[in-house]
Design a protein around this ligand. Structure first.
Ligand SMILES: [Zn+2]
Length: 270
């Protein structure tokens, strides 16, 4: 290890600033109607659903604790998809009511906004863990192969690939290229003191839900992670797993207008 400089403590003592300052986002006040469509996602599998702008996608826990891995696309344009990294930079490692889910460049607009989170009460626990992270990527068979040597076919990446292929008609290997880093719905995660990614049993129970207001027409794809409540591991058939439901609800009230894509002129200094 290189020798620390003489002003080590002075450098460490510099106070940080927020990378993207701003007031906490507020959710619009909405009255939600009954589900107009419901899809049940079986354990260790995925399903897709279309959510028109101005409707709410409810992800609902049923039967038992289960984590869901969510991909979002602009309906009809797979090139505009959820940007977990920028969502993390703008809102934090975990998202809750008021936070937006942003789309990738060059669009960079709020695809959805969280308007309800029954696990809002969880806050931050003694390990620094919180719920609904935009840290993890999604469990995938390539990392599983790397670490265990096993070919496992029910990772969220593969589940999302199959469901997206079925929803769009794309060949599976082409659909796979559109699968992206997820919102880890109901997952309880943080970092240990050495900065390593940690997870623990999700506090989610049947009846808990996360409500996303679609700001644009969406294609949502949800995988029920083979890790179940993600208390021990994933990428295997070891954990007890449960279904999740996706419901599309009508919404009335302070509905914001659909956002336009970023107004940046894309000249990039050329
Ligand atoms: Zn997973």
């Amino acid at each position: 290890m290189p020798e620390a400089p003489a002003d080590t403590e002075a450098r460490r003592a510099v106070a940080p600033v927020r990378v993207y300052p701003g007031p906490p986002p507020e959710a619009p006040r909405l009255t939600l109607g009954e589900p107009i469509e419901t899809i049940r996602v079986p354990p260790r599998d995925a399903r897709a659903i279309r959510v028109p702008a101005g409707h709410v996608l409810r992800i609902l826990s049923v039967e038992g604790p289960q984590v869901g891995d969510l991909n979002l696309f602009a309906a009809g344009d797979l090139s505009e998809r959820f940007f977990s990294g920028k969502t993390r930079a703008l809102h934090g490692t975990h998202v809750t009511t008021g936070d937006a889910l942003w789309s990738c460049l060059p669009y960079l607009r709020p695809m959805a906004q969280i308007v309800g989170d029954s696990l809002d009460w969880y806050g931050t626990d003694a390990w620094g863990c919180r719920v609904h992270d935009v840290i993890g990527t999604r469990c995938d068979p390539y990392t599983a192969k790397l670490l265990s040597g096993v070919d496992y076919h029910r990772c969220c990446h593969s589940n999302l690939t199959r469901a997206l292929s079925e929803a769009t008609g794309l060949p599976p290997l082409e659909a796979e290229t559109h699968v992206h880093d997820v919102l880890n719905v109901f997952m309880c995660t943080g970092f240990d003191p050495e900065g390593r990614y940690i997870m623990k049993a999700s506090p989610v129970r049947p009846g808990d839900h996360l409500d996303l207001l679609a700001r644009i027409d969406l294609l949502a794809v949800l995988s029920t992670c083979p890790g179940g409540d993600c208390s021990a591991g994933h990428s295997s058939d070891d954990a007890p797993c449960h279904p999740l439901e996706m419901q599309v609800l009508t919404a009335e009230g302070e509905l914001p207008a659909p956002p336009a894509p970023s107004a940046y002129d894309r000249s990039h200094g050329l």
